[in-house]
Design a protein around this ligand. Structure first.
Ligand code: ADP
Ligand code: ZN
Length: 218
């Protein structure tokens, strides 16, 4: 099964992707995570990406597309995957179509995670992430048991630079301008499966699974 997960920053798409990855044994390809790993490793890609990410802007399509193409060619993707954070522009979506049609394949469904605007802002401002295992917390809604220590692995929990309030506004603007049009793009292809993540992530996951069942994918 080849899935895309779409949603605003802070909509919980990373969390939903993690649950679905486990349940359906999919490779989880998060472009944000790949960029952050490159930034941590000080690679040329990381250095270039950081200058955009810190401003809440998108990394240029050319860099992002070739990075994803490399990743999709790795062996673990053969069992199916969930793309988290890609595509984020129509140009990226068209490039993905082209990449996959060269392999005579295509995306099976696009999961759209829906959350109200005000809720998004509150969630992103409070979000904290484990630097070791990537687990996600929220100082307002889902705090760690011990302050700044991951419940799962004991790693240090921190606030991403791009979750600082001054960057969040810019990221949301970028999302509405560049990424939201993708919902229409994929709706026209009949691929959208919606999950409402305003209340409970379990409700969201259940809706998504119902949608995948209705499409005969699970
Ligand atoms: P979120 O979805 O919470 O904004 P991500 O971890 O997915 O966070 O992405 C963090 C940042 O990495 C984005 O704000 C953007 O600058 C960059 N990025 C991630 N994926 C892409 C992409 N497909 N195209 C361009 N930039 C990207
Ligand atoms: Zn952890």
């Amino acid at each position: 099964m080849k899935l895309i997960i779409l949603g605003a920053p802070g909509s919980g798409k990373g969390t939903s992707a993690t649950v679905l990855r486990e349940e359906f044994s999919l490779a989880h390809i998060s472009t944000g995570d790949i960029f952050r790993a490159n930034i941590k490793g000080n690679t040329p890609l990381g250095i270039e990406a950081k200058s955009y990410i810190d401003k809440g802007q998108l990394v240029p399509d050319s860099l992002t597309i070739s990075m994803v193409e490399d990743r999709l060619n790795q062996d673990d993707c053969a069992k199916g995957y969930i793309l988290d954070g890609f595509p984020r522009t129509i140009a990226q979506a068209e490039a993905l179509d082209e990449m996959l049609s060269k392999k005579n394949t295509g995306i099976d469904a696009v999961l759209s995670i829906v959350v109200d605007d005000e809720e998004i802002k509150a969630r992103v401002a409070g979000r904290r992430v484990c630097e070791k295992c990537g687990a996600s917390y929220n100082v307002n809604f889902k705090p760690t048991k011990v302050e700044n220590v991951c419940d799962l692995c004991g790693g240090k929990v921190y606030q991403r630079d791009d979750d600082k309030p001054e960057t969040v506004e810019a990221r949301l603007k970028t999302y509405y301008k560049n990424t939201q049009p993708l919902i229409d793009f994929y709706d026209k292809k009949g691929l959208i499966v919606e999950g409402d993540n305003n209340k409970d992530s379990q409700i969201c996951i259940d809706q998504i699974k119902e949608g995948l069942k209705a499409k005969g994918l699970i």
